[in-house]
Design a protein. Structure first.
Length: 147
């Protein structure tokens, strides 16, 4: 096992070396409660195999993580916990707010008055000219072709 995996708290949770409150698992995916929940029922869905970021994650497993996330979102709404809506959140990279470098999808129950706010920068709300959007779309399309 690589040093990166030996030091990883989520790999330790998968191995049962650290405690976790599990809500679901299969061969590839594990879901457990976040230790510092934003709201009660806040769940993390992770691949059992270590991947530090999306670039290193098998896309098929990424699909499985999203499927499990959808199931948990639906279950949360029926669970009796306060859940009037759900946010799915994934931080990929330090600058995006990733603190644990083992891919994880947050499933966050939402309810009126829960206090969670996502604040954007000062340019949010402005509509860039269409040619700027076209240029950005073209850059992304070209990158997709070269992947
Ligand atoms: P992120 O900031 O997106 O990387 O999220 C990391 C999340 O992992 C945070 O919400 C932490 O509260 C959560 N976390 C860290 N350690 C543990 C742990 N031992 N068990 C459960 N959740 C954890
Ligand atoms: Zn790991």
């Amino acid at each position: 096992m690589k040093q990166e995996e030996q030091d990883c708290i989520f790999c330790k949770i998968v191995a049962g070396e650290l405690p976790s409150s599990r809500v679901f698992e299969d061969n590839q995916v594990l879901a457990f409660l976040d230790i510092r929940p934003i709201t009660p029922g806040h769940t993390l869905v992770i691949p059992k195999q270590h991947a530090p970021n999306l670039a290193k994650l098998d896309p098929g497993i990424g699909g499985e993580i999203f499927k499990v996330g959808m199931k948990i979102a639906s279950a949360l709404r029926r669970s009796g916990l306060r859940c009037e809506g759900v946010n799915l959140w994934l931080a990929d990279g330090k600058v995006a707010g990733q603190d644990v470098f083992h891919v994880h999808l947050h499933i966050i129950p939402r309810f009126s008055g829960d206090g969670l706010r996502i604040r954007a920068g000062p340019d949010y709300g402005k509509m860039p000219p269409r040619d700027e959007l076209e240029k950005q779309a073209d850059s992304i399309t070209q990158a997709l072709k070269s992947s």
